[in-house]
Design a protein around this ligand. Sequence first.
Ligand SMILES: [Zn+2]
Length: 513
Amino acid sequence: MAPLRVDCLNPEPRYLSRCAKPSRQILPIQSGAVFMNLLARILNRFNRLLKNGVSGRDPALRGSGKCSHMSPYAALSKSPRALADGPILVFQHPVKPRPSAAPPAPGPLAPQSKRVSIDAGDTQTIRAGWLIDGRGGPVRQNIRIAVKDGIIAGLWDAPAEPEGAASQAIPDFSGCTVIPGLVDSHVHLTMRGSPDEGLRKRLRAASYESIRRVIGDHLQDHLNHGVVAVRDGGGMRGYALRCARGYPGPVCVRAAGRAWHREGRYGRLIGRPPAEGLGVAEAIRQDGERGDHLKIVNSGLNSLTEYGKQTAPQFDLTEMSAAVKAAAERGLSVMVHANGAEPVRVAVAAGCRSIEHGFFMGKDNLARMADKGVVWVPTVVTMSAYARIFEQTGRNPDVARRTLDHQLDQLAIARRLGVTVALGTDSGSPGVEHGAAVIEEMQLFMQAGYSLPEAIPCAAVHGARLTGGEFGLIEPGRPATLVIVEGSPSTLPESLKKVRAVFIDGIKHVETG
Ligand SMILES: [Zn+2]
């Protein structure tokens, strides 16, 4: 992989503006010089480590067939500013007021062109060969994107370039396609995507220090594929949440901590049941662990041997409604793992924010979700991965393949009904690799009937809403959080395997080629 490069369209990095976490304690550093100094020291150290051949992946936990690298997270963890559970340093510079950017209504909207004047000195202009702005409208060609202070200041067609623009330093991506920064709305950062059960077991038993490095690797994998934000769906010890609390960026990490499930039912690997004698709502109220959102498990896993088998809800409507209310009292939205008609019906009726997986939920549930604005995260790629693993290991893949086809049919119905769908991969599941799985999930969306400009909002702005980010759309007033791939849009999504550049708040974090 190419060495990390940090470049800057924005002289004042403002990670906080992109993914603020109110519960963090912030110790501001007001000087740009101090920040750049520190950044240079970290990068020097990172480059030294690369030269010395030190791997960021813990050898004991390394999966087979993946190249090893030192992630910026791992480099940070070895620096004096090692991540800690206590107060953290956030590089906060004076934040200038920005135009308010209310989230747009879902569905395709016509892209808007806007002329801007170029201020001498501190506005830079990106030449884009093609632009998919994330609103679902048609691809635009030969676009200029003006960036000032990490914010998109304007977009215009090349012939309408304002006077003076040519004299500015212009990153030339005229042979490239520019899309919004992507969001994976369902990941498990503490788990590797390897199907090797021995490795998966070792990870479950690994120390927090080891897992922290694993998470750093996964965040680098996401960034390398254009993913700027992830939403974690839980782990058995809540390590992703603990790690997220001290992670300075650049990827926006939102984590649930440990999920809730009923004693004796599925969920032990990603959470815990309420203490004996306690209802789930009361358990949520008394819980000392506060995630960025709440995860509840309300069904079993999909059967891989009996097609269409459904399981009973773990919590009934009264319990689930009380749980959603208790979460709301703590300011948390609820993501619900639910497969099958009844578990999904209960979760939607109770007022959950999103349905995760939703295999075999049926058309009626999709219609209810469209009515109520409940987001669906279908994680189709998990079933494709199972089919592949079964083929490779001589097991019968028929049920996995038929389940995959059924989920694609549901996705086509969701598109017709106008359900808000957010792309999430469940990366960390067997055969589902962090970062790379976004490519296959997007391909599956397109197989279900989504055009590329329709799939991009699912992979960007819909996920941004779930994570509370302002990114996900390329329009004036939004952060300059952009992914740039070589060639025309016809190269997508495969070209995400090797992105040309990733900008977050106007700062370049990945560059290849
Ligand atoms: Zn999951």
